[in-house]
Ligand binder design. Sequence first.
Ligand SMILES: NC(=O)c1ccc[n+]([C@@H]2O[C@H](COP(=O)([O-])OP(=O)(O)OC[C@H]3O[C@@H](n4cnc5c(N)ncnc54)[C@H](OP(=O)(O)O)[C@@H]3O)[C@@H](O)[C@H]2O)c1
Length: 231
Amino acid sequence: MKIGIIGAGQIGGTLTRRLTKLGHEVFVANSRGPVSLAELARETGAKPVPVQEAARAGEVVVVTIPEAKIRHLPRDLFAGVPDDVVVIDTGNYYPRERDGRIGDIEAGMAESRWVEHQLSRPVVKVFNNIYAQHLLERGRPAGSPGRIALPVAGDNKQAKKTVIQLVDQLGFDAVDAGSLDESWRQQPGTPVYTADFDAEGVRRALAQASKQRTPKWQATENSPGTFARPA
Ligand SMILES: NC(=O)c1ccc[n+]([C@@H]2O[C@H](COP(=O)([O-])OP(=O)(O)OC[C@H]3O[C@@H](n4cnc5c(N)ncnc54)[C@H](OP(=O)(O)O)[C@@H]3O)[C@@H](O)[C@H]2O)c1
């Protein structure tokens, strides 16, 4: 498959490494431009491209940048990209350590629903609940005992099917975690978050999740305020 990856940090870099090894053609972008990705390109064979090109390069496009920076992406990033191109969101909202306050999420909107609104494009939520290092190292062949499972949430059945196949290729079971509005069940602070459960454990953890955001995952009055998207 052709896969675009926007963000080349811990998760984006890991996916670039894993997906190129699986034989996919990867187009990777960051905020500093293709020249800064020369080393990753040499290592993996991925093609470094500007963000706009990564959004147009793939049958699947992964957006994997810090949550608050989603607002810095071009407004028309996915304009004209065919509807059947699947967009993956790996994001997590870290109001205290990184992102500052995002009012809609604080008010109860699922994090990926907020991302979807920013991108003006439906997304599938996956890879948000596993450490990058584990994504790199802990994939196992299908049927392996204790194979780690990842929840996959989204509103489009066909898009989820594509993502579930990709998750399996990467060495993980996939559990359909329902619609994007249900995706709070896999957000930071929930039982499934960074737990590395198998499929049965993921189903149980999703069922046990509480929508109430625990204090650790809420903005405080000291959190940086929402900043406007640049014009
Ligand atoms: N780290 C983990 O283990 C992990 C696990 C699951 C989910 N996540 C979530 O996945 C997302 C990415 O996390 P990460 O740890 O991979 O982040 P990271 O290591 O900090 O890397 C962030 C990447 O995003 C790029 N970026 C930032 N702003 C951008 C912009 N406006 N346009 C294009 N690229 C931009 C950065 O490029 P430059 O360096 O050029 O600025 C960098 O390549 C976050 O929401 C995080 O919470 C992380």
